[in-house]
Design a protein around this ligand. Sequence first.
Ligand code: 13P
Length: 253
Amino acid sequence: MPQRKVKPLIAGNWKMNGLRNAAKELRRMAAQCAKSPKPKADVLVCPPVQLIWPLRETVKGSPIRLGAQDCHPKASGAHTGDVSAEMMADVGARAVIVGHSERRTDHGETSGLVRQKAEAVHGAGLTAIICLGETEAERDAGRTIRVIGKQLQDSVPADSKPQNTIIAYEPVWAIGTGRTPTLKDIEKAHKALRTRLVKRFGADGEKFRLLYGGSVKPGNATEILAIDNVNGALVGGASLKAADFIPIVQAAG
Ligand code: 13P
């Protein structure tokens, strides 16, 4: 299957969690990644922005890369309280998560704004991890595929490439709830996203990584990561502790 050629990525989204002493936990993760068997997946941790610079020493020499969460669509300017993708690149981030449902819901971010943010991430030479997913009401109304198809169309910039763009399917109702869609439903959603990517980007569409996110834990990672067109996971709560995160990394391969 073509999607098996895509190297998986396990990405941790720490959200608004982490003080400087988080280095201890990250050091534990780095040490466990160094042990055999070596991870078959790429590993990314996205801490809050103030930790990126100090933590770059902690992950040095390990397979763990650092990413960031959200950014302003502009590179610089009079935008009090905002941080640009360029600034995140400057402190050592390799990727930026944009369009997370917590941004779409808490800050009213539209897919149009998410696309501009993804363009800014590309402009800074980083990888955009673009999140999308349906609400519970949309799922109950049988609109999942339509909703995520539209979010994909409107949030993903036209010049996106598999090298600088990752799509994360995160059903809103599965985030932080311990609930997940059935394996069949995840497969269906990822297949629909893949089909749309191929339609829009041709052969390149096969190569974009499609991550699943929403209550991924050590106990369900193996079966989720084995689904066709699931090329990794975006992990929230279970990415905060090495004891949870590393088994998920090891489940990918
Ligand atoms: P949880 O893994 O805590 O459900 O969060 C998923 C998520 O929102 C990752 O971006």
